[in-house]
Design a binder for this molecule. Structure first.
Ligand code: ACO
Length: 332
């Protein structure tokens, strides 16, 4: 482990939230030309949670954030920084992190959002970690929250089946070097910005223009096959980079917690890394692809399982629109 002597950041509490509404593969059979069998075989997914029609991400982000503070045993006033990762903010202005600040009670925190698509949670971890390393901040919160169902195109059977809604939050606190987050590797390649995208809804094609809606621009579009191939390679490389930076081997990793995009991608990466399936955490059958919420939702289940103790090493890795890809090795 290459310690630079600077304070490290440790996750001291994690919380998650899933909206109540359920969308099953059978439900999709009613609205698009698909089968439960195809979806399970090609993705591994069975069920996703959807927010209500009058709900964005604020409610679930607050629920996850409050649970994270309770698990960490910190008071809201102790939080100095909130970085919320999302591709589906509550509204364009202001930042969702600012909208939820009063409900979280984090009145002393600077609150802002970042857009890293599915890699957003690890991007947020890396951002917060820097402020902790410089001593600028001692206690911070990161949140990944999404309502992808609001932008799923229910006329496109190859994408709408993939996405679900949810939120996860973690409280981080300064700790000794060599503890907590041991490494982060993060990358972007904008040459591929069009293979996962939502072309409408921003300043180029604003959502209130009828022609943009008719052209189905404010919906998620993905060239799944191309993403698949790039995802396997990028996942693998970024995991190896994060492991190398932390100075640990895959044998030492207690849990590999990957972004839950597709069971076939996860299996291919696990195989190539040489991590046995018993140490790879998969929950996509229950939640689908929840983008920036994916890793904290899976981490929440790992914690609830009781099979994660202080000192265990966790490898988290994600891949998504941007393209973005990132991984982190964390000592629990
Ligand atoms: N039901 C039935 N058939 C379908 C469905 C469906 N829901 N969707 C597509 N098909 C059909 C296609 O039309 C095609 O039929 P054809 O051969 O007659 O043309 C056939 O199934 C195969 O289609 P592919 O697109 O080649 O299927 P593939 O095996 O690639 O699976 C999938 C598609 C699941 C999207 C896969 O490519 C994938 O998971 N890609 C990666 C997604 C990912 O990692 N995203 C991460 C980032 S997401 C983000 O950042 C927000």
């Amino acid at each position: 482990m290459h310690s630079n002597g600077l304070p490290s950041a440790r996750i001291i509490g994690l919380g998650t939230a899933l909206p109540a509404r359920i969308m099953t593969n059978k439900d999709f059979e009613q609205i698009i030309d698909t089968t439960d069998e195809w979806i399970v075989q090609r993705t591994g997914m069975k069920v996703r949670h959807y927010v209500r029609s009058d709900e964005g991400i604020a409610e679930i982000a607050v629920e996850a954030g409050k649970k994270a503070m309770a698990a960490a045993g910190v008071e809201p006033e102790e939080i100095e920084l909130v970085v919320l990762a999302t591709a589906t903010p509550e509204q364009p202005i202001p930042a969702t992190a600012a909208i939820i600040q009063p409900a979280l009670g984090v009145s002393n925190a600077v609150c802002f959002d970042i857009a890293g698509a599915c890699s957003g949670f690890i991007y947020a971890l890396q951002v917060v970690r820097q402020f902790i390393a410089t001593g600028e901040v001692k206690t911070a919160m990161i949140i990944g929250a999404e309502a992808l169902s609001k932008y799923s195109d229910f006329t496109d059977r190859s994408t709408c089946i993939l996405f679900g809604d949810g939120a996860g939050a973690a409280v981080l606190r300064a700790c000794e070097p060599g503890d907590g987050v041991l490494s982060c590797a993060w990358h972007t390649d904008g040459h591929y910005s069009d293979i996962i995208q939502m072309p409408g809804g921003g300043s180029k094609y604003p959502p209130h223009v009828k022609e943009h809606i008719e052209a189905r621009l404010p919906f998620i579009k993905m060239r799944g096959n191309e993403v698949f191939k790039l995802a396997v390679r990028a996942f693998l490389e970024v995991c190896q980079e994060a492991l190398g930076k932390a100075g640990v081997t895959t044998d030492e990793i207690r849990w590999f917690v990957p972004h839950q995009a597709n069971l076939r991608i996860i299996s291919a990466v696990g195989d190539r890394l040489g991590i046995p399936v018993e140490r790879i955490y998969v929950n996509l059958e229950k939640v689908g692809n929840t983008s920036s919420a994916s890793i904290p939702l899976a981490m929440g289940e790992v914690i609830d399982s009781g099979d994660l103790k202080r000192g265990d090493l966790v490898l988290m890795a994600a891949f998504g629109g941007g393209l973005t890809w990132a991984a982190s090795v964390v000592r629990w």
